[in-house]
Design a protein around this ligand. Structure first.
Ligand SMILES: [Zn+2]
Length: 384
């Protein structure tokens, strides 16, 4: 930790002191802002100067053993925020939550740098604690737990969503903040994403954090490999994988044959991360025969899919439905008239393939529906 209180109850942060001052501070007595137990100031030659509990088993708020990387990153980010006139509190104890965010920006936005593995239970509990007390939180995944070829349970839990960035999360390395966006998972469980890095001290840091909620160009280019997808399906059925068997049953009920589905069922879409895309597409075709308004369609999907804690479930499903409707419109299966839509083709017919387009081209009418829902999400970060 970088901050502590002295015997008079005054808080200091090592960020604001030079090495000479720190060596003087070392001679004084220091206490934990959360549990008030004594701390020692460690000022070795290798690790960034920091405070540590003399006995760590009593403190609920601080996780001890912060790595050198964690201390340094916290220090760098704090400087970046402060240079740009943001109110940035380092390790500010929030008594109502019994939590200490690494950084608290403008009294509302908590920044958590996560350099080591964390249990999902702990991640969820801490995130809910922030959200239920009116704080926003951004988790930054350190290098040790950064995204590789598969998504871990923790990474999944940390995902957020916006219309412009799709499913996204933030990483941090020694010199940059990294936005991982348009994240999606393929049938064989590999992940695809697009990456943007923002070097420390370049650009306005708050603008970087707002980026996912603002219009920006993204270039998700996925080559559909129909043969490979079919192989995944056939192998799944051959080995009687329950997931594929149940999908096969669903296909039969809807007059389709799983092995013969056209490319558009395999289209990665924009964010098929938390659901089975093929199942979703079969369902939407079925629902289109029953329901005639956007909200009816969305409502019939809302309970079916589990989304990570930081994702607004309703918003996510709306965007997903909108994207699929847009695809069907492009194929002239759907026409939209005022607030109703009408199916003008037999949905059981084989439909031709189509080009994947960016979600930015979503039909105005549909994107408005989604954006109405997102506006609240967006406001939270933009106001910070
Ligand atoms: Zn403590």
């Amino acid at each position: 930790m970088l901050s502590a209180i002295n015997s008079q109850g005054r808080k200091i942060c090592l960020l604001n002191h030079c090495s000479h001052e720190i060596s003087l501070l070392k001679k004084l007595e220091w206490f934990c802002p959360a549990c008030h137990s004594p701390l020692i100031l460690k000022n070795g030659s290798i690790k960034q100067a920091h405070f540590a509990h003399i006995s760590s088993d009593i403190c609920e708020a601080y996780s001890e053993n912060e790595s050198e990387a964690h201390l340094t990153l916290k220090y760098q980010l704090a400087k970046w925020f402060q240079e740009q006139q943001n109110d940035c509190q380092i390790e500010y104890y929030l008594p109502a939550l019994k939590q200490i965010p690494d950084l608290l920006i403008n009294h509302r936005l908590a920044i958590e740098i996560q350099c080591s593995p964390l249990s999902i239970e702990r991640f969820n509990a801490r995130t809910i604690n922030y959200l239920s007390h009116g704080y926003q939180v951004i988790w930054l995944l350190g290098e040790k737990i950064r995204i590789k070829s598969k998504l871990t349970r923790l990474q999944f839990a940390m995902c957020s969503f916006s219309v412009h960035s799709g499913v996204f999360l933030w990483q941090i390395d020694q010199k940059a903040l990294v936005l991982i966006e348009m994240l999606h998972i393929s049938l064989n469980r590999s992940i695809y994403f697009q990456k943007q890095a923002f070097n420390f001290f370049q650009g306005l840091i708050m603008d970087h954090f707002r980026l996912p909620y603002q219009f920006h160009s993204n270039r998700l280019l996925i080559t559909l490999n129909q043969t490979k997808n079919k192989q995944v399906v056939c192998r799944g059925l051959y080995y009687a994988n329950p997931q594929w068997l149940s999908l096969q049953a669903l296909c039969y009920q809807n007059g389709l044959v799983l092995q013969n589905l056209t490319d558009d069922f395999y289209n990665p879409g924009i964010f098929p991360l938390f659901y089975q895309p093929i199942r979703f597409r079969i369902e939407i075709r079925r629902f289109l025969k029953k329901f005639r308004t956007f909200s009816e369609l969305v409502m019939n999907f809302t309970d079916e899919f589990q989304t990570p804690i930081q994702i607004n479930h309703q918003l996510f499903i709306s965007a997903l439905v909108a994207f699929e409707l847009q695809c069907l419109m492009r194929q002239k299966i759907l026409i939209i008239n005022k607030n109703k839509f009408k199916v003008i083709n037999n949905l059981n017919l084989q439909i031709s393939t189509f080009e994947i387009q960016s979600p930015l081209q979503i039909n105005q009418w549909l994107s408005k529906k989604v954006r109405d829902g997102e506006r609240n999400e967006e406001r939270k970060i933009i106001d910070s």
